[in-house]
Design a protein around this ligand. Sequence first.
Ligand SMILES: Cc1cc2nc3c(=O)[nH]c(=O)nc-3n(C[C@H](O)[C@H](O)[C@H](O)COP(=O)(O)OP(=O)(O)OC[C@H]3O[C@@H](n4cnc5c(N)ncnc54)[C@H](O)[C@@H]3O)c2cc1C
Length: 447
Amino acid sequence: MLVMNLEPTVVCSLPYGVGRRLIPGGPEDAVVDISKFPRLPRDIVQNTIIGSVISINTEEKVATIKTQASEYMHVSYDNVILATGAVPWIPPIEGVLMSCDHRIDNEGFSGEVVCVGNQFVPKASLAKGIYVMRTANDARALDKFAQEAQSAIIIGSGAIGLEVAEALADRGLTVTIVEALPHLTPALDKDMAKLLEKRIEERGIKVITEKQATSYHNGSLTLNDGTTLEASGVVFATGVRPDTRLAAKIGIKVEKGIVVNKYMQTNIPNIYAIGDATQIENTVSRKTYLPLIGTLAMRQALIAALNIAGKPTEHPPATSWGVSTIFDLHWGSVGLTEELAASLGMKATAIVMPVRTREPAMPEGKSGQWKIIFSTELTDSIKKGQILGFQIILDGESPLSTVERFLDMIVRHETIPELIGHFHIHSPSHNPPDDLYMGIMFRYGIN
Ligand SMILES: Cc1cc2nc3c(=O)[nH]c(=O)nc-3n(C[C@H](O)[C@H](O)[C@H](O)COP(=O)(O)OP(=O)(O)OC[C@H]3O[C@@H](n4cnc5c(N)ncnc54)[C@H](O)[C@@H]3O)c2cc1C
């Protein structure tokens, strides 16, 4: 049985629905009709309850569901998979909430929520002009906003902030990005992020870095240096908070997210957890982290299902990854950035290489840059020369297959000398003859 309290949506496509360039039909086209979705079981509709699980009696193995019609249902279970996801997180800045009672009642797992500071509040209590991007309703609100507004400020420049910035620029709005870090997006190091920043500024978006919003009032956003920015609306793309409220209520162990073992089991028998609500170990840093990646959530769903079906299956080693595009400049990042490795006290350095997508004689070739971060020390868990992270910027071409290749190397703890086993396929109509893996090995000094 499936219990859901929001319409199923291809969340990743929502910014493109708002931008309407790639999804001309708008956000509505990202909403999934489960009765027609080919990979789902045919009886999914009969076995779906629209409502919220408000509590679980883990002794009796009974879940209580509050339906859309505010009726209570008690459903007994053999196993539960918690996939409660994450909700937008907004820094607790003066003026982002309307002045009213923001408390959510104890049964309040229904309705859309955001987390402001440490408090989950109904999304409806956000002040006028404040937006987030997580659900179909968020995208609908931004789509309407794009139709009526002249300008927007995006706070936060991770993939979602940048995708929303491009979407609103595509819709003709004047856009400003405010980022607390010294450069755009935490997934890239400063040297790589600068290439993105240049493209974004060339396309007319103003980028303000190393500044934080401190208050909002009626279209005016004040930053920590006292600057005030005026805009028709402000989009907070400042991250998410795992929705662990139900898990915590029923006694499941929660740290950054729900704690699970390699079989996706929680500390309570027959209760599994997957997706954005859960934390796992980053195989590179060996620290627990929140992956917040849709395709990994799907893998975790398969792992939980196989274990429930009596086919013991372990979560494979994983790390973070992300690939996105802004104004036809594609970027990807996998594993640790050089900045993150340094902040974790790891000794690492990087090789940065310019790349070209065709041989020099072909004018259609596009330019880009690779950055390979590797360990310069041997520790209990890291090999010397081990590839810790990879970043790529590529103009006008998808870097996805290269990023996936490095993802495989990174989760398998491969070193730069082991690139000898990764072959380069050349075909003039696809790529240049240079074997970039050899280039990395030479720069590293493989002898
Ligand atoms: C704009 C955007 C773009 C993204 N792009 C990408 C991308 O390109 N690639 C990628 O891999 N990932 C991407 N992601 C991340 C991806 O969407 C998430 O990792 C994925 O949605 C996580 O799935 P989930 O099922 O864990 O959680 P969610 O998608 O958050 O779903 C959890 C659901 O559980 C419901 N729920 C919570 N509590 C209860 C309860 N008590 N009872 C009933 N229902 C409950 C929630 O209302 C929600 O509908 C993107 C995310 C966003 C917001």
